[in-house]
Design a protein around this ligand. Sequence first.
Ligand SMILES: Cc1cc2nc3c(=O)[nH]c(=O)nc-3n(C[C@H](O)[C@H](O)[C@H](O)COP(=O)(O)O)c2cc1C
Length: 185
Amino acid sequence: MISIGILVGSLRKDSYNMKIAKYIVKNYSDKADFEIIDIKDFPLFNEDLEDNVPESVLYARKQVKGKDGIIIVSPEYNHSISGVMKNALDWFSRDDYVMMKKPYLIMGASDGSIGTARMQGHLRQVLNSGAFQMYSVPYNEFIFARIQDNMDEYGNITNEGSIKRLNNKIDEFVQFIETLRSNVK
Ligand SMILES: Cc1cc2nc3c(=O)[nH]c(=O)nc-3n(C[C@H](O)[C@H](O)[C@H](O)COP(=O)(O)O)c2cc1C
């Protein structure tokens, strides 16, 4: 089975983006093996720390390296990538380039009406850089706008349209990974 790592760009206890990541793990285990990769203990990136890379980073790097694809689920902060996510990506961009040339899918939830579209544009730019060179699934944009109106207290998505779009997007991503793998073989 295809294995997919999920990175979440919010550390908030009740994070909607984390709830979406958990929703994917819970509801799509028949489509792929999903795992949320913990980045909450990463220190702020500092080249001085690279002589003795923290255990939390080493562990997560190993997890990322073993995945066939990566989903990023992240909020938009001030029209861009959250510091938490950018910090994790900076750590993943070093040493053995664990994200290099992996397929990826981006999604994000916000309490506003254009939720995370601008952040997603910036993220695609970062993931196209030399240390990543990642393969973007076609139409790589998935937005959960006004998430507070479309998710219940248990983290279930309540909007039928969003559920259908998410089903399709997960199928498309798994198929994209399989196509890339079969072309490499
Ligand atoms: C520092 C900060 C900046 C924010 N900037 C934006 C923004 O630019 N666009 C947006 O749609 N929401 C913005 N928000 C609101 C977030 O969409 C909202 O807090 C969301 O719930 C965060 O995701 P989370 O629930 O996963 O933590 C911002 C929130 C914070 C704390």
